[in-house]
Design a protein around this ligand. Structure first.
Ligand SMILES: [Cu+2]
Length: 199
């Protein structure tokens, strides 16, 4: 015959273990639709507490590249402390140069409390949806992503697409090979020639 106290303890322990299991199950359940949502949303989007990487590409070559020519890493800081005179925000650099067909690994470190982006436009659309590669770092977080540039000499617009951030200083350029000239109104590089448009 079991000691009634012992069986009560056993029951209490079972209830405790069951509630623990239920807790973990609910955590797992809460996370599952989260992942499913992002997979469904866009295969090329990775998101976590630090921010987002969109259209990451470490393997697929642009059609005009026989191989990856070089692996280049850049560290980009973004925040108010890099703002030029008259502007609110800035990147730690506003021009980057990479060889044709380079694989470029970009780490974006956001020193501000507001979120910022490092968004490149004009990439081949058969590799990068909307011709875009895009990092977004939440406040005081950092995000890293990689993409492969084409072989042509080209100048690509890089900016932060958060409302008004580009006009407030977050406009930059990525030069592949010899580039194709400077874009207008790049802080520290070029004067404003016409209102910004990147559509
Ligand atoms: Cu921004």
């Amino acid at each position: 015959m079991l000691n009634p106290r012992a069986s009560w303890r056993t029951l209490a322990l079972r209830i405790f273990l069951l509630s623990l299991a239920a807790h973990f199950a609910s955590v797992a359940f809460a996370q599952a639709p989260h992942h499913a949502h992002h997979d469904h949303d866009d295969h090329a989007m990775q998101m976590d507490a630090n921010g987002m990487v969109m259209n990451s590409n470490t393997e697929n070559l642009p059609q005009d590249c026989a191989s990856v020519s070089d692996d280049v890493s850049i560290d980009v800081q973004v925040g108010r402390e890099f703002a030029r005179t008259g502007l609110t925000y800035g990147f730690s650099a506003h021009v980057w140069r990479v060889p044709p067909c380079a694989r470029l690994r970009v780490t974006l470190r956001n020193l501000d409390e507001v979120r910022h982006q490092w968004m490149v436009h004009g990439l081949p659309k058969y590799l990068y949806p909307q011709g875009m590669f895009h990092l977004e770092a939440n406040g005081r977080r950092e995000v890293t992503g990689t993409f492969i540039v084409p072989s042509d000499d080209g100048t690509y617009l890089v900016h932060c697409d958060v409302s008004h951030h580009m006009e407030q200083g977050l406009k930059a350029q990525l030069l592949v090979g010899r580039g194709a000239g400077d874009l207008p109104s790049i802080p520290g590089v070029s004067a404003q020639r016409r209102p910004d448009s990147y559509e």
